[in-house]
Design a protein around this ligand. Structure first.
Ligand code: SF4
Ligand code: SF4
Length: 192
């Protein structure tokens, strides 16, 4: 279900209060921004994002695409002088955007969903089926088709494998089930 900014604002007391607690000790030094390799592409810096989180500006946070551009490199987490779990906070915002079904973050949400489904099915990520699945769900088959010749060249060099790997045989099911249980417990819900 798509959620607009007004709904987000009303829902400000949701899970973001838990995320806000984790960033309480931020001193706004900007080391996270200075360390982030993706900051140049973000519409607000990580430091600004933490400030908005502290101020409870939920609608502003979800209007930004900053957290969707986090590639989980952990540099900010490693360098933050207050030892804050910044990469986990970015992941928490991605999860919240997905949970709230925010339309402007649909591409990011679909990518993570496709990534996890691919991992769960194959036991490892299979790049070709991941990209085909992701762009199909997004309703944009153009990018994979436009890169067909590149794909064929990579296949010829053995860098891309045309066969779908065998299913992971459910080897990761226990892991996925355990994570789902822990996440439900964290949200104070009954385990699925
Ligand atoms: S590095 Fe840590 S303390 Fe400094 S602005 Fe970023 S989150 Fe705040
Ligand atoms: S973990 Fe994310 S936010 Fe932090 S430095 Fe890396 S890309 Fe930037």
């Amino acid at each position: 279900m798509a959620v607009d900014g007004a709904t987000i604002k009303k829902d400000a007391a949701g899970d973001l209060s838990r995320l806000r607690e984790s960033v309480q000790a931020c001193i706004q030094c900007g080391t996270c921004t200075g360390s982030c390799p993706n900051a140049f592409a973000m519409d607000m810096t990580p430091r600004q994002l933490w400030r908005l989180l502290l101020m409870g500006e939920v609608a502003e946070i979800f209007r930004s695409k900053t957290f969707t551009l986090c590639s989980a490199c952990y540099l900010c987490t490693l360098r933050c002088p207050r030892g804050l779990p910044l990469t986990e906070l970015m992941a928490g915002l991605k999860a919240e955007a997905a949970r709230r079904g925010i339309r402007r973050h649909r591409a990011s949400t679909l990518f993570y969903d496709s990534f996890l489904a691919n991992l769960r099915r194959n036991g490892r990520v299979q790049e070709m089926s991941l990209m085909v699945n992701y762009f199909t769900r997004l309703g944009r088959p153009g990018p994979p088709l436009a890169n067909t010749s590149l794909g064929l060249r990579l296949m010829a060099k053995g860098k891309l494998h045309p066969t779908w790997p065998k299913k992971g045989g459910g080897k990761l099911e226990k892991l996925f089930a355990r994570v789902a249980t822990l996440e439900a417990e964290e949200r104070g819900e009954t385990a699925p």
